[in-house]
Each structure stands twice: as structure tokens, then as C-alpha cells.
Design a protein around this ligand. Sequence first.
Ligand code: PLP
Length: 415
Amino acid sequence: MPGGVSSPVRAFKSVGGQPIVFDRVKGPYAWDVDGNRYIDYVGSWGPAICGHAHPEVITSLQETLEKGTSFGAPCELENKLAKMVIEAVPSVEMVRFVNSGTEACMAVLRLMRAFTGRDKVIKFEGCYHGHADMFLVKAGSGVATLGLPDSPGVPRSTTQNTLTAPYNDLEAVKELFAENPDAISGVILEPVVGNAGFITPEPGFLEGLRELTKEHGALLVFDEVMTGFRISYGGAQARFGVTPDLTTLGKVIGGGLPVGAYGGRAEIMSMVAPAGPMYQAGTLSGNPLAMTAGIKTLELLQQEGTYEKLEATTKKLIEGILQSAKEAGFPITGSSISAMFGFYLCEGPVRNFEEAKATNTELFGKLHRSMLERGIYLAPSAFEAGFTSMAHSEDDIDTTIKAFQESFADISKIL
Ligand SMILES: *Cc1c(COP(=O)(O)O)cnc(C)c1O
């Protein structure tokens, strides 16, 4: 396996040391093959918002398993999950299930072009929309983590249709629209960026994009693969009150099984085959196991007080992290929204990827190793957001903050 892994960031290349090989996960914890326990702030990169292997999710999965793993035909469960997604996410009137976030973003891009008859798309530096050719331009996540140039193997004829702007920069988007009249199908973004660290939209940014796209007959697409059902039950679009034309989902809606989805206005989604001419298909799409994990996870999230608890837990954590860095004399800036957080080891503010690059990645590597030794599993990259879950207790957070204090203090001694 290239790099010994099935997905690049897992290899620990940017933080040094060897990747931890997991044996099992439960609640907020992961155990490695040597039996060491870690408090996990990666949560399988987002899906584990109710905690790993939640008993109710496992029980539902076992029940569904008995009926078979894949039908390749319509099933009741996909209808149920579709209804839940449509009810929850303001922009979604119709939805199509796929098997990953990458697949959802690939399909939504085709749909943007099909609906508008235009080929170009605007994305933002440091935003990640999966690994489809057209998105591998100034991408976030593993591409940013490993400091890779735009990927070889992607035809120039493809990426010349991908225009990029700095995040939070409305003027740059305005200029792109002015330079490419009637050629831009739409704007796609992470409404809160989790693949370049953690960057929040400045007041007016999302609203401004909504107006600009409308004005130019282009579509606004929120890639909520990470933020959907995490920033709030209705995603970032519900939290910020800005409704895009189309939305992509993944991670949480699969509850730990491979699921992605794209949806939006019925008028646009009606273009998708077989309702319309835009082709997109999938052998395992909407399979009963994946739908079951998604349905049960969303049901758990509907419980009263879920998002208040997630918000409070995460706020306490980030405040503790910021405080412990400051006590040890390290520059730091960071924040949290709902169950997502992030920090940069630099002065800040960080409003875009260029500013994010000021973070001290060497120091982050030291911090990461020190935290691992103390039983805390952080994302092995300075450019990935952190995730909390319903299973993280006050005690877990206190233990984590104490580990940050000790780690920062230790590192300041050796420097
Ligand atoms: C994770 C992610 C993707 C890709 O999803 P996969 O399931 O890894 O293919 C796309 N967009 C965003 C915002 C993501 O966080």
C-alpha cells in the first residue's frame, strides 16, 4: 500500500513518527494494537459525532445485517434517510445518495455544469472537495498537509476551468465573475473550512456569495460533507441562515459507513438521471447498512440538547488549549463552532489558507507526539480541524487540557 495507508494523512508524514494502528474504537476512545487507549479527536474524520460504535447504531446495524448487505434495488431505508435529510437541510428538496464525499462533490460539479450550461467553477484556496480532477487545484486536506503541488495526472484542460480565490475574499470572487462573463457555473465552498485547519466565514462572506451568484446566474454550492449535521442539525446553512442552491453531504450522514449525498432545489436535482439527462449511478449506493447507520445517527442527534452540549464541550476544550499554549509562551489562535474546533500555532488572525500557513508546523509535530504519549489522539496534521462527539465527557476534556498544559510546558523546556 502506498505509504502503508489507504488515505494519505493517516501516514503521519507531516507530524513525524509512525502512524498508530488502531484495533478498536468505542465512545470517545480508540485503542491501538498494543492496547494503548487514546481520547480521540479525529472521530474517523467526522462521522463519529455520537461517539464511536454507539450501542444503538450497532444494534440497528445488526438487525439490518440479517436482511442482507446490499439490494441493488430501491429500499425503504433510503427513503427514510432521504426524508430526514430533506427535513433537516434547508436547501435540500431532493437528494441522491452516493458512497463518499468525493463522489458527491464530483456529481454536484457535473450537475452545476449541466444546469447552467457553463464549464467553469470557482473554489477557494485550502478548501477540499474530494479528489476529483477538477478540485485538485490549491486543495486542502492531505494536499495541504503534505505541501503537495497540484497533482500530476490531472489534465490542464480540466483545471483551466477551475478558478480559485482566497477564502473570505468577496472582491476576488467579484473579479473572477467580471473576467469570465457567462462562463462560471457556480461557486463551491466549505461554509466553515475544516480542511485547512479551522477557518470560519467572516460576517457577510456567505451572504455576499449568495448575492453574487444570483446576480451572475450561477449556482452556490455548500460542501457540507464535514459541516453537515455537525455545525448544527441543518448544517452550516441553517446555522448561518444562508441557503445555497445545492449541498453535498457525507461523513455524519453515514454514521461511520461509506455514504455521501448531494441535493438541492428540485428544479436542479430533476436534471439527475433518470428524472433528467445528467448521468450518475452507483452499484452500492443507498445500501441498507449505510442507510441504517445514517438514520440511527441522525435520530440520536435529534435528542434535545445535543448541539448545546456539543457546543459547550468543544468551547471548553478550545479555551483550555489556547490558555495552555499562552501559559507556556507560545503564540496561538483558534476557535470552535459546535462540535468542530481548530488552532494555529501563530499570532493570527487566520482568515484564509495563506494566513493559515503561518502556523508553526514543526512545533505542531512536537505537540502531536507529546499528546500521543499522553493518550490523546489529535489529527496528524496542522491543517485539519478537530472533532468532538456526544461521548466526550467533562472528564475527557479535563484530561485533554491537562495533557496540553504538560505538553506545551515540556516543549518550552527543550526549546
Ligand atoms: C471529507 C471531505 C470530502 C471528501 O469526502 P470522502 O468521503 O473522503 O471522499 C469532501 N469535502 C469535504 C468538505 C470533506 O471534508
